[in-house]
Design a protein around this ligand. Structure first.
Ligand code: R5P
Length: 282
């Protein structure tokens, strides 16, 4: 099995290679003086190859397209997109908008495409490939299992993330819940855990993505007001744009736990075994 790492996923691809005892190919990534990207796979690509590249930035996406093109002579090309940018624009919210996730997915030509906790699995239908969305939340659960908590509770910031909370808590014997927004009047909303009292408990908030940190910071403040003991923030994809980390710490977080779908200082949980478990069987 030959593995090609895109520029955004070199560490993760290295970890997958290590798990599988596969062959990590050397590639070269440069910029021309006008800013255009130059991408070359230096080692022999061979006939079956897996490209691993998150598309955090527009340039990451171009590098992925270049790598797929470089593999045109391979007989089978698998693409792993651990974090897919633009996935949150998965529908038209206003007339005239592009469905960005569709626009990007349609350009990816491969035999198999694997994503990890993609924002909405409906996006998978837009790829010209067989697709599977992998679940990294049990890996976060495993990490949490080794931490010391007081009467812990895993909480999703909204009902959209309830499956993530459920999956991360499975096998841990830890309760999970989600926050529910109740409109009290035109101006006032009450956000509270649906079923459980958080007073005196350690709470781990879990979401698919932390981007600006707004959702998590607001949730932390609320849980602390409601008497939670220590509050941790966990996510699969630590986008952490701009001053997200500052906002989250200002809100009183005890720690941030994330995976390496995006390589950040908080990426303490590796999804390499999750990727290896599927591409190792191809
Ligand atoms: C939204 O649907 C996602 O699940 C996350 O809750 C959202 O992307 C977080 O964004 P932010 O960190 O900017 O509040």
């Amino acid at each position: 099995m030959n593995i090609i790492a895109g520029p955004a996923s070199q560490l993760l691809a290295g970890r997958v290679t290590e798990v599988l005892k596969a062959n990590l190919l050397i590639s070269e990534f440069r910029k021309f003086p006008d800013g255009e990207l130059y991408t070359r796979v230096v080692d022999d690509i061979g006939s079956v190859v897996t490209i691993i590249q998150s598309t955090v930035t527009d340039s990451d996406f171009i590098a992925l397209l270049q790598l797929i093109d470089a593999c045109s002579d391979a007989s089978r090309v698998n693409v792993v997109i651990p974090y897919m940018g633009y996935a949150r624009q998965d529908k038209k919210f206003k007339a005239g908008e592009a469905i960005s996730a569709r626009a990007l997915a349609r350009t990816i030509k491969a035999d198999n495409v694997y994503t990890i906790n993609i924002h909405d699995t409906s996006i998978l239908d837009y790829f010209d490939a067989k697709t599977i969305d992998l679940d990294a939340t049990p890996m976060i659960g495993k990490y949490i299992k080794n931490m010391k908590f007081i009467n812990p509770l895993i909480i999703a910031p909204d009902d959209g993330a309830i499956n993530i909370a459920k999956s991360a808590s499975s096998d841990l014997g830890i309760d999970y819940d989600y926050l529910e927004k109740t409109r009290l009047s035109g101006e006032a909303v009450l956000i509270q855990p649906k079923n459980v009292n958080v007073k005196g408990r350690d709470v781990i908030i879990i979401d698919d993505i932390i981007s600006t940190g707004g959702t998590i910071a607001e949730t932390i403040s609320l849980l602390r007001k409601q008497g939670a003991h220590e509050v941790f923030a966990a996510c699969v994809h630590p986008v952490l744009s701009s001053n997200a980390i500052l906002k989250i710490f200002k809100a009183g977080v005890k720690g941030i736990i994330a995976t390496d779908t995006i390589d950040k200082g908080v990426s303490v949980v590796s999804v390499a075994p999750v990727i290896a478990s599927v591409i190792g069987n191809i």
